[in-house]
Ligand binder design. Structure first.
Ligand SMILES: *[C@@H]1O[C@H](CO)[C@@H](O)[C@H](O)[C@H]1NC(C)=O
Ligand SMILES: *[C@@H]1O[C@H](CO)[C@@H](O)[C@H](O)[C@H]1NC(C)=O
Ligand SMILES: *[C@@H]1O[C@H](CO)[C@@H](O)[C@H](O)[C@H]1NC(C)=O
Length: 570
């Protein structure tokens, strides 16, 4: 039996000058990652790098053997296995000298069974998998662990054919548990570093569904994030901590794991109590959260007025650089409204998502018109890869596009008709109720975030796809005014930011992103009904000011503990 391994931080070496930097050798960097120690640590402290793989596509066998001997003087005393990439022959020779513990195989290398015969039962044999079939086959063949990827496109590997994102990693984990290989450890690889490891580990995990057991990643494999930094030891320690947080606490400071047990697919859960909603609206009233919009210019006026009416402080900035400062302000939340996106605005969105994730503040993604063009679909993929989105909100066509943009070509083809259809910005309905509920649940479970599908009835799923609430309120008058969809996004960002300020208070029972989103929606939709049914409102022109008044009045009432406006709901 191979030894037990800590896969949390898996270091893959690379001798490329572009990564290593001038004047450094692979051995020096690996040594630094192990604190330059060649004797076992006297304390019980574990090394931050749990396993190392020597990857050097161009080296000859003799050079590799010499390097392995040097590397093993650091990995050996630390108890971290040292493997060789691709070369089973080198592994055999190095193992016979006690300088190596196994091999890592790509899909084009010698097969696992043959490698096992050559290396023996104690060798660690790992396999790279990029598809569900490759993952399950490697497990059947007896791989000791799998390297799943590529997560993100990276400069280290020029072959980006297999960029699968966290959604692709999650599918492979799901397939492994379905095939009975939940016990085989996995790491992901490709573009993972200290800034994304936490959310990648969290989002890639399969939470279990329909009787299938859950399966999470055991860790991350990195090249540049350790080989290419000034202090490899510190980088390894940071990565280990980020992986631990991803496994135990979720993607960002604000995220709060839900404890609700998983329910069956067709049930609609009961909405949260008006007491939780009241506390969130009161926090909104008291804290005046900053709603940071990155958006197009089409519908500015109403969204800004809505933000003010619900008690938020709107700020408009499309600069990614400025986002880092805004993200640090207490109570801030980011709304990304993809309406008219250019390559430049996309780069700014990516920067801003990174900044809000790093600050642990919420991000709301409103993929306006997502399905309309190939450029917009590509933009959705870029945004999904950029970081953790706390809430994704859109109409049916938009949510479908976001869902499909995380699937492989084959999976898109296998989706039931209707779900796979690419649709435009108009948002006309085509899915039946059951299909809509399935869509929000699947996207929520995959991205691990709250998903809102707007329509005549809105469906909101929690971040596990476990609870779905139908919000059947609002008024057709909302559809006769431009910008009301976008300003719902602004309202949601405000309630989510307000809920974030309650997170660490003693009053945080029952407060999470899901409840906060629902608080924003019921405030918005109830205010619309109340305004539209006033005798003084004759049409869209008189509706807007009355709507703003009602938003403000309902929010103030809630802050004073009066929730009658909500209870008057039909
Ligand atoms: C390891 O050695 C390198 C020089 O080779 C040095 O720069 C680094 O600070 C050392 N690290 C530790 C933790 O001692
Ligand atoms: C981390 O990786 C992501 C994706 O590969 C990249 O966009 C980002 O710049 C990296 N961050 C750092 C600090 O290297
Ligand atoms: C806020 O966001 C909306 C869209 O979500 C946008 O239309 C509006 O211009 C923004 N307002 C301000 C003041 O930033």
């Amino acid at each position: 039996m191979p030894p037990k391994v800590d896969y949390s931080v898996y270091l893959v070496t690379d001798p490329t000058l572009a990564i290593l930097g001038p004047g450094r050798t692979v051995v020096e960097v690996v040594a630094a990652a192990f604190g330059n120690k060649t004797t076992p640590s006297s304390s019980n402290e574990l090394p931050h790098v749990g396993i190392v793989q020597l990857r050097d596509k161009d080296a000859d066998a003799r050079t590799m053997l010499a390097t392995l001997a040097e590397l093993h003087s650091y990995t050996g005393p630390a108890g971290s296995p040292l493997l060789v990439n691709d070369r089973v022959d080198v592994a055999v020779a190095a193992m016979s000298r006690g300088h190596c513990e196994g091999v890592h195989l790509g899909q084009d290398d010698i097969d696992v069974a043959t490698a096992r015969k050559m290396l023996g039962p104690d060798a660690i044999i790992g396999v790279t998998a990029s598809t569900v079939d490759e993952a399950v086959t490697a497990c059947r063949d007896g791989a000791d662990y799998l390297g799943l990827g590529t997560v993100f496109a990276t400069p280290t590997k020029t072959n980006t054919k297999h960029v699968v994102g966290t959604a692709g990693i999650q599918r492979m984990l799901q397939a492994m548990t379905a095939a009975g290989f939940g016990h085989v450890p996995t790491v992901c690889i490709g573009g993972v570093n200290a800034s994304n490891a936490r959310r990648v580990v969290f989002q890639s995990g399969f939470d279990g569904r329909d009787g299938q057991a859950a399966k999470a990643l055991d860790g991350v494999a990195v090249v540049s994030a350790i080989m290419g930094v000034a202090d490899p030891g510190e980088a390894a320690a940071t990565l280990a901590e980020q992986v631990r947080l991803g496994k135990t606490q979720g993607p960002t400071g604000f995220y709060r794991a839900l404890t609700t047990p998983f329910e069956s697919y067709s049930t609609l859960s009961t909405p949260p109590t008006s007491s939780a909603i009241q506390r969130i609206l009161q926090a909104l009233h008291e804290t005046t959260p900053l709603s940071h919009n990155m958006t197009n210019l089409v519908v500015q006026n109403i969204a800004a007025n809505v933000a003010l009416a619900v008690g938020a402080s709107p700020i408009m900035s499309n600069s990614g650089t400025e986002a880092a400062d805004l993200a640090r302000l207490p109570g801030s939340a980011l709304v990304i409204n993809m309406g008219t996106s250019t390559p430049e605005s996309l780069a700014n969105y990516v920067k801003a998502i990174g900044a809000y994730n790093a600050a642990g503040r919420p991000v709301v993604f409103d993929p306006v018109g997502a399905g309309a063009t190939a450029v917009r679909r590509a933009a959705v993929r870029t945004i999904l890869a950029a970081g953790y989105l706390d809430v994704i909100k859109g109409n049916e066509g938009e949510i479908q596009t976001v869902y499909l943009s995380g699937l492989s070509e084959e999976e898109v083809a296998a989706e039931p008709a209707g779900l796979a259809q690419q649709r435009g910005v108009d948002g006309s309905n085509s899915l039946d109720t059951e299909a809509r509920i399935r869509l929000v649940r699947r996207l929520a479970a995959r991205e691990k975030c709250v998903v809102v599908l707007t329509g005549a009835v809105d469906y909101v799923s929690d971040s596990r796809g476990a609870r779905v609430v139908a919000v059947e309120d609002g008024h057709p008058m909302l559809g006769q005014v431009t910008g009301t969809g976008c300003s719902l996004g602004t309202t949601i960002s405000a309630t989510v930011a307000a809920a974030a300020t309650l997170r660490d208070s003693s009053d945080s029972e029952g407060i999470d992103t899901f409840t906060a989103v629902l608080a924003g929606m019921v405030l918005y939709e109830r205010a619309a009904v109340r305004a539209a049914t006033l005798p003084s409102v004759k049409g869209p022109g008189t509706f807007v000011p009355a709507f703003l008044d009602e938003l403000s009045a309902c929010r103030r009432a809630a802050a004073a503990g009066d929730m009658q406006w909500l209870e008057s709901q039909k």
